[in-house]
Design a protein around this ligand. Structure first.
Ligand code: F0G
Length: 457
């Protein structure tokens, strides 16, 4: 088999500024060991997120020029609406400025004290919006999903037995929605099978609970279904995606991921009454229903991106490039989530830094080491992001301590990725020199964005 090449040519480039480990040690200290507080000019390879960081295509840039900026009834909105309707089969499409704006609107309406939202795994902003409304979010990930080193094809699946039990315990009338996140970002970018979505749909139908999809990475998930699930090998990804959405009553979407857009999102649904409530909130928080929080040009970029992302040469390259990095790390003995996820490589920080206890945030310590050693910016998905405190102030840790190296779409080439693997392997060989961290300042919600940390000794 020949090398799988990037299915694009590069028309425009951005410089990377090089710095030294000594400079980065100082930068990291000044940023209180929090990658969100580092200036991006000081980063060599930025794997903080795959969100809003995609390289847009020449077609998308052409679409930007064609964006119509009318306040109401812009043709750009109607083009966007048509593409989302065709993809999801959902007639009602409400643009928002990004995914969490869609979440904020949805959970402001459906949330509140005494309500429970059940999911395979809620992403941090989704959970925060649920909790901010006074409701509770409950993750019911399948057992395989919680074992980073054990490969399985669909580790993003929702545990359907746990779902039935939870519905019986909490009462269907207190559960406004079940939410399936595709792929499961907080759990290794692992996919959800079509069978699992169908099974969850059947349980939801039985209890009259609507099902929503958190669809940020629907194309990557659909491609995994094509590769791994029986009966889908010969079906086009666009059709698989359409089937996936057909089991849901609605979806929230961040167009900053699988739509290759730098900003944007939407809500889509079937229910007219819920949509009216959403639009009422939309006009006071985002904007008029034909632009949401977006410019007409953004709507064009999203519409074009949604059509490009289901092209199979792209998805083939995308999934293979994540697997390429994952496999290099596995060969060197680095503990990573297996198999490779759809948008990122997830390093198992508990196994990598087994000498650092969870209440000294091994994931965050590892993020610091990757930056200092090689200028690579990554993010902790562990107890800094999801940890809670018990009554006595001790840490209730997250399910896993992961470090995510998210790969922006169409941005880095194979040599960048080779460099990343070299840095990680070098850090692995020096892992015993890395120490733990403590939090010295934190916010009550989404603390990982702004928390300040310091080395333990
Ligand atoms: N849902 C999932 C699964 C996400 O990964 C994100 C964002 C959101 C919702 C919210 O979307 O950023 O447009 O408001 N994830 C980014 C990340 C931030 O780095 O994974 P948003």
């Amino acid at each position: 088999m020949k090398t799988i090449i990037e299915p694009f040519k590069i028309k425009s480039v951005e410089p990377i500024y090089f710095n030294t480990p000594i400079e980065r040690k100082r930068i990291l200290k000044n940023a209180f060991y929090n990658p969100f507080l580092i200036h991006s000019d000081d980063v060599l390879i930025d794997l903080l997120t795959d969100s809003g960081t995609s390289a847009m295509s020449s077609n998308q840039w052409a679409g930007i020029m064609q964006g119509d900026e009318s306040y109401a009834g812009s043709p750009s909105f109607f083009r966007f609406e048509k593409v989302v309707q065709a993809l999801t089969g959902m007639p009602i499409v409400i643009p928002t400025h990004q995914g969490r704006a869609a979440e904020k609107i949805l959970f402001s309406i459906l949330g509140g004290k005494g309500k429970y939202f059940l999911s395979n795994t809620l992403f941090d902003t989704t959970r925060a919006n649920i909790e901010f409304s006074g409701a509770e979010g409950i993750d019911l990930l399948c057992a395989a999903g919680k074992l980073p080193s054990v490969p399985a094809p669909f580790k993003g699946n929702l545990d359907t037995d746990a779902l039935k039990k939870c519905i019986a315990e909490k009462g269907a009338s207190n559960i406004p929605l079940v939410i399936i996140t595709v792929t499961n970002n907080s759990g290794g970018g692992q996919p959800v099978s079509m069978q699992n979505i169908k099974d969850v749909r059947a349980i939801c139908t039985e209890h009259q609970i609507p099902l929503f999809i958190d669809a940020c990475r629907f194309a990557e998930n659909s491609y995994f279904v094509k590769l791994r699930e029986e009966g889908y090998a010969d079906i086009a990804v666009a059709e698989i995606a359409h089937e996936l959405f057909s089991y849901a009553d609605g979806c929230t979407m961040s167009a900053k991921k699988d739509a290759f857009a730098n900003i944007g999102g939407f809500l889509a649904m079937h229910n007219e009454k819920l949509a009216m409530q959403c639009r009422n909130l939309l006009v006071i928080t985002e904007g008029f229903p034909t632009y949401g929080g977006l410019a007409g040009r953004d709507l064009e970029a999203i519409a074009i991106g949604l059509q490009e992302v289901v092209e199979e040469p792209y998805l083939h390259y995308r999934i293979r490039s994540i697997e390429y990095l994952t496999n290099k790390l596995i060969e060197a003995g680095v503990p990573v989530m297996q198999p490779a996820g759809g948008h990122a490589v997830y390093v198992d920080a508990n196994a990598f830094l087994s000498h650092i206890p969870v209440d000294q945030y091994p994931g965050q310590a590892l993020v610091g080491a990757f930056y200092e050693h090689g200028g690579i910016r990554s993010v902790e998905i562990g107890s800094l992001m999801f940890g809670k405190y018990a009554q006595d102030g001790t840490l209730i840790p997250a399910q896993m301590e992961l470090v995510r190296l998210a790969i922006p779409r169409r941005v880095y080439t194979q040599s960048h990725i080779d460099y990343v693997s070299e840095v990680i392997i070098e850090v692995y060989n020096k892992r015993h020199e890395i120490g733990g961290l403590k939090i010295i300042e934190e916010a009550p919600l989404l603390r990982h964005f702004t928390a300040k940390l310091a080395p333990i000794n």
